[in-house]
Design a protein around this ligand. Sequence first.
Ligand SMILES: *[C@@H]1O[C@H](CO)[C@@H](O)[C@H](O)[C@H]1NC(C)=O
Ligand SMILES: *[C@@H]1O[C@H](CO)[C@@H](O)[C@H](O)[C@H]1NC(C)=O
Ligand SMILES: *[C@@H]1O[C@H](CO)[C@@H](O)[C@H](O)[C@H]1NC(C)=O
Ligand SMILES: *[C@@H]1O[C@H](CO)[C@@H](O)[C@H](O)[C@H]1NC(C)=O
Ligand SMILES: *[C@@H]1O[C@H](CO)[C@@H](O)[C@H](O)[C@H]1NC(C)=O
Length: 521
Amino acid sequence: MAAAITLLLKVLVTSVVVNSTLLERCHGDSFIDLDVFGAKVLNVIATPVENYSTTLMGVQHANLNFCNVTVTYTHPGTADRVNVFACFPLTGWNGRFLGRGGRGFITGVDAGVLAPVTAQGFAAASTDGGHTLHKQSAETWALNSPGNINWNLLEDYAYKALGDMTLIGKQLTSQFYSSPPKYSYWAGCSTGGRQGLMFAQKYPELYDGILALAPAINLDKFVVAEYFVQHVMNRVGHYPLPCELDAINKAAVEACDDMDGVEDGVISLPSLCRFDPNTLVGNDFECDGRTQKFTKAGTVAANAFWASPINPVEREKWYWYGVNHGTPFNGMAGTKCANSSGTSCLGAPFVVAEEFIRLFLAKDPDYATTKMTDDEYFSMFHRATQEYSSMLGTSDPDLSGFKSRGGKMITWHGLADELIHVNGSSNYYKQVMDLDKNVADYYRYFEAPGVNHCFGGIGPRPEEDETLAALMAWVENGTAPETLTARSQAGDGTVRELCLYPKTLVYTGGAPKKPASWQCQ
Ligand SMILES: *[C@@H]1O[C@H](CO)[C@@H](O)[C@H](O)[C@H]1NC(C)=O
Ligand SMILES: *[C@@H]1O[C@H](CO)[C@@H](O)[C@H](O)[C@H]1NC(C)=O
Ligand SMILES: *[C@@H]1O[C@H](CO)[C@@H](O)[C@H](O)[C@H]1NC(C)=O
Ligand SMILES: *[C@@H]1O[C@H](CO)[C@@H](O)[C@H](O)[C@H]1NC(C)=O
Ligand SMILES: *[C@@H]1O[C@H](CO)[C@@H](O)[C@H](O)[C@H]1NC(C)=O
């Protein structure tokens, strides 16, 4: 008995013991002759990190053992200084490389955020794109001076630093393990999702499998549209209380919730939802324990949020999509108030939308977005496409390079995304399908009812590990995902199998929490 226990302990201990060869190899001098066309390496730092623990998005990770590598390089002739961050498990490498993406105006993540995937055996890398990480804002790097875009850093953010990172990351991996990665994967949401599609379009050879989630593609179009409701509130000069907007959203959900046959707070078929917020004006709603009345201004903001941007002098002109009913207002349509009186509020636009207009389109740090006329606002759409679509649009539907190298890609997008119009993703998928009716052989798109931007919302959401596992099974075993498993974010046990687009989930009876009660039609 005692012997058996000793043996068991030994097994447990050795399984976390780090590989001493790898531990010794974890220093800057081990990584030599890193070769990327157009880049000059300035410095490599590598230090072992043992028993690292961190908490990310509420999840605790402990006892992580990895080699923490930072490669600093420049593109000679530009004044940039880009950092590639890589983490290599000191034990149990699974033979795979994983690239991670950023969000908003942030290009990637640092070693502290990469570290947890080393516990699953991935060699992981990301990049800061040559500018400060952790800062959603592009204020510090967008302009060299008023009127002058920092094109080098913008190109780094758009694609260049990401291609470099992948080439450098794979070379580091090969040198560290004396063997190249067998498979390479990309996983990102939002900006990271756009970067995933960017790889499939621009650098199809770099990744075998790509998760491009809630992608910020069509950036030149949707980001200007993202400001539309703020523009309307500025024009009206009235900003509803956040709780009034919440109450309008709640009323819309109540009106359309059961159109899918289940009352669960989720509008599964948002394209069927017709809801007129004018019917609420004058009715009461509760705000921080005070009874208030729905306002006309609230109606105007809500309709601007749901509708496509409408130019009052050219009403038929189409600019971009609207947002589904049931989506929280706080992303694009945020307001901030000093108190609950209803007269103390200002617009709280999403920082990327406001900065894109002010810094990248007006190119003037002092440009007053709140004072734009309709002419000025609507002219931004054309200017954005004119100046940025080839660099940032990431909407090229020709994926033939990715297809022929045998790549596989999965996108899911929440139908209640408060920052990126989900119809931009379905429309992109349709365009790929128009070019190649066999798109599902290598690219599959799923919509997640009731899920907000990347996470959040009442609807069940595909979890990262499970979705990545589905992608790996497709790449490595040829098992294409017919559906994508989504799980309750509130922990109530709901499981749903999301449908391959253009099919949608239809309730067929039985316990709504069970996947068998729904069918793809
Ligand atoms: C790892 O760190 C935890 C605290 O973060 C500590 O309790 C534990 O003793 C450490 N283990 C080793 C093997 O160093
Ligand atoms: C990784 O290394 C870099 C550069 O030395 C350092 O700044 C960073 O704090 C390290 N991260 C972790 C998680 O150890
Ligand atoms: C999104 O596209 C669907 C299908 O074409 C359409 O019915 C719906 O109205 C669109 N929604 C928005 C918010 O633009
Ligand atoms: C609410 O804030 C506004 C603007 O700061 C101020 O003028 C007003 O007196 C405040 N009202 C109450 C009820 O506190
Ligand atoms: C591929 O299939 C084998 C056999 O069923 C399984 O053991 C392995 O885990 C699968 N690989 C992936 C990445 O799913």
